[in-house]
Design a protein around this ligand. Structure first.
Ligand code: NCD
Length: 397
């Protein structure tokens, strides 16, 4: 059996050179064998079954949270746990959604958002900083500009005597796995009455070269058969080869284009992204290209399919016209809120309370079928009885 502490057999350099499936296996250790999730570091660590499981739990948590009793039950689950929100890069949504997700489960949070206030400024090494967090906290949620730091943190903790789970909230230009989880959840809900994600065409537009959300999302989309991806970016800002070769290896159909508008009518979902100019070199890379053409405007809405899902990880700039917000196809504000629910489900699985939540849900549903007192949903705000039954069946089977 692989164990967390097996990481001790490797130096960081040796570990970093391992193939990703091997390093992922070592990082999850014994949690892998018992179907748990320990660290959340990259999109590649998720399989389809795990995604489905996270989303079933997401729906249950959303539903339970609607009542005072349910919200209190959830809040008592992880009251004895603490989380460090270590955000060494700017964040609004990811930070707030992790914070509120933790609140839902009763986890108490502290943050470091300004590294000039941490001892890194005194020359402390990154791994010492992370070990220090693990002395006080049970989860470390981290965003960092360095691409491999989340993995390095997880490796260093596995090698220590007090490992705690690390959740990658964005690693440089590379990955944003929890954003991809909420993006897939949003797509799943958007296509619920329309055959699911399978077989759909997803158009991704913008600075795909440096946009970590599009990179992680592409890898998760590879888990859905029949998916087609169109990558639309200004010349020089296209999706990088490592993701394209991952898609080829997983049999995903994709095309690459340096135009945008001509593709919008083919798309079942359009995933807009902004210019990532915080990653510019001193040469002002971004200003060398015009992004004007890679913008979705109100006047383009007539070109879109009638059920097209318009998405954006946010924050937006000019690439997504605010006049689109009122169109029913605009899903980005829901997408933002879905971040809280999916992250709550992920924290619940990581904190090993999935079973308790399912049990509570089963009890509730038994009572509901006897008394009929629990409200059933009708639309996005309210649960449908059918979905509830399916959710339960799925869990009980
Ligand atoms: C994204 C990020 O930080 O990568 N934002 C987010 O987490 N919702 C996208 C971006 O900043 O463009």
């Amino acid at each position: 059996m692989t164990r967390l502490k097996d990481c001790r057999q490797y130096t960081w350099e040796e570990f970093d050179a391992l193939p990703l499936d091997k390093s992922n296996e070592l990082l999850q250790g014994e949690y892998k064998e018992r179907d748990g999730i320990y660290h959340t570091l990259n999109a590649e660590q998720f399989d389809r079954q795990t995604l489905d499981r996270i989303y079933v739990l997401t729906n249950i948590i959303r539903s339970i949270s609607k009542t005072k009793n349910g919200a209190t039950f959830l809040m008592n689950r992880l009251r004895h746990k603490r989380a460090m929100l270590y955000f060494a890069q700017a964040s609004t949504r990811t930070y707030l959604s992790f914070k509120t997700a933790a609140d839902i489960l009763g986890i108490r949070c502290t943050d470091v958002r300004d590294t000039s206030t941490s001892s890194e400024i005194k020359g402390e090494s990154f791994s010492d900083t992370i070990r220090t967090f693990s002395s006080y906290f049970d989860f470390i949620v981290m965003r960092h500009k360095e691409e491999s730091y989340a993995e390095q943190a997880a490796w260093a903790l596995n090698c220590s005597d007090r490992p705690v789970p690390v959740l990658n909230a964005g690693s440089g230009k590379d990955q944003h796995p929890t954003q991809a989880l909420l993006d897939i959840y949003t797509l799943r809900r958007s296509f619920e009455k329309n055959g699911g994600i399978e077989g759909k065409t997803i158009l991704m537009a913008g600075d795909l070269n440096r946009g970590r959300t599009a990179r992680s999302l592409s890898k998760l989309l590879a888990l859905f058969p029949g998916i087609k991806i169109i990558f639309s970016a200004p010349h020089g800002f296209g999706m990088r080869d490592d993701v394209l070769s991952y898609l080829r290896d997983h049999g995903v159909e994709y095309s690459v284009s340096d135009t945008f508008l001509e593709h919008v009518s083919d798309a079942d979902a359009i995933y807009m992204t902004r210019v990532q100019d915080e990653h510019d070199q001193s040469d002002g890379t971004s200003s060398k290209r015009s992004y004007e053409e890679f913008s979705l405007k109100e006047e383009h809405l007539k070109l879109l399919k009638k059920d097209c899902a318009i998405m954006h990880p946010l924050p937006r700039r000019d690439e997504l016209d605010p006049n689109i917000d009122k169109d029913p196809r605009a899903k980005y504000w829901r997408q933002e809120r879905n971040g809280m629910w999916t992250r709550a489900a992920l924290l619940a699985i990581t904190g090993d309370i999935e079973g308790q939540i399912q049990e509570y849900w089963r009890d509730l549903s038994r009572q509901a079928s006897h008394t009929g007192i629990i409200q059933v949903e009708k639309d996005d705000k309210n649960w449908k009885p059918m979905e509830r039954t399916l959710t339960l069946d799925h869990h009980l089977s």
